[in-house]
Design a protein around this ligand. Sequence first.
Ligand SMILES: C[S@@+](CC[C@H](N)C(=O)[O-])C[C@H]1O[C@@H](n2cnc3c(N)ncnc32)[C@H](O)[C@@H]1O
Length: 350
Amino acid sequence: MSFSLPPLPQRERAAVDFMGMLGKASFPMRSAIDAHIEAKGVTAENLPDDLDERTDVMLGTLADSKEFRAQQLFGEWHARYMAALADRAFEAVKGEALDDIKRFHNGPSELHLDPDMEAPDYWDGVDFHRTAGGWDSHDYAGLVHGEIIHKRLVDKMYPGGIFKQRRFVADLAPKEHYDTILEMGTSTGHYTQALQQAYPKAQITGVELSASTLEHAARVANANGWAWKLYQRPAENTGFADASFDLVTSYILLHEIPADIIRAVFKEAFRTLKPGGDMVMSAVTRYADLDKLAEWRADFGALTGGEPWWRESASLDLGAVAEEAGFVDVKAWGEKPMNYPYVVMGRKPE
Ligand SMILES: C[S@@+](CC[C@H](N)C(=O)[O-])C[C@H]1O[C@@H](n2cnc3c(N)ncnc32)[C@H](O)[C@@H]1O
């Protein structure tokens, strides 16, 4: 069994599907925008090095592109209304969903929320993805993110789907089996689920700052009979004893935290791993793997899409960060063909 919402009423379903289609509708405009840029003589080679200056040049170049303006309008509409629309869809089925919400409150998973946790400044009150109120805007924000925004909207926009990507990363860890796994940045448990499937006998522990996403991860675990241990704690300071885990891993956590915290996260992964333990972290496409035009697209998308730490994270050499933390046999690469995800793996020496 797994947790799922009752079918959405026609009006809400149509609104959510329309939002998903609108997100995709701007994809074909890309070739017209590229042609416009080329006609203006702007190339990856003649753009400024500085990313903010580059934005000025690109916005000037594209000011008279109808397709670019339409793409921005679609993007803006998407960013502003996606969460509101998903919340409204949830409200329409909340009455019916409450039985399962209550039923899966209990089960084999452990949920350790910490109402006294001091939320870090880089996260607290930040409207990630332009969601007003951040990840915890209301009690069921995590459920709405996991069940509606991710499964019905985001999943449709990525080739192969978001679950396939997570399973790909989970399978990269070099051993067949791990007794204990620490996942950093668990959110609603999409990657945790991939880890559960890849290493069915492992004891999985997750840390996450957001209470409402973690509560939903617990529902998902309970509905499936999985005994995840979920803690509301920062990845850079998990509170677990040294050498507690055989594998420490994360999926797209790193672009949501500043560079100094990324370094602290790698050190915490090293500290909490047993000697000989493995680390696998996956992140967004590294800027160094992109030409200046592609880098600008990624950076401008992040800036307008509510990703305040993306630039810092994507500009780091994560392989070097892993080595600085003490990892050996470090491998780091952007997965082809899109250089996404960017994967960093390493081992704690015996
Ligand atoms: C993009 S989501 C990642 C989702 C998840 N790993 C998945 O596969 O769907 C990033 C999550 O990291 C959490 N996060 C951000 N900073 C964190 C930190 N320092 N420690 C723990 N979690 C953090 C955010 O609250 C958010 O839920």
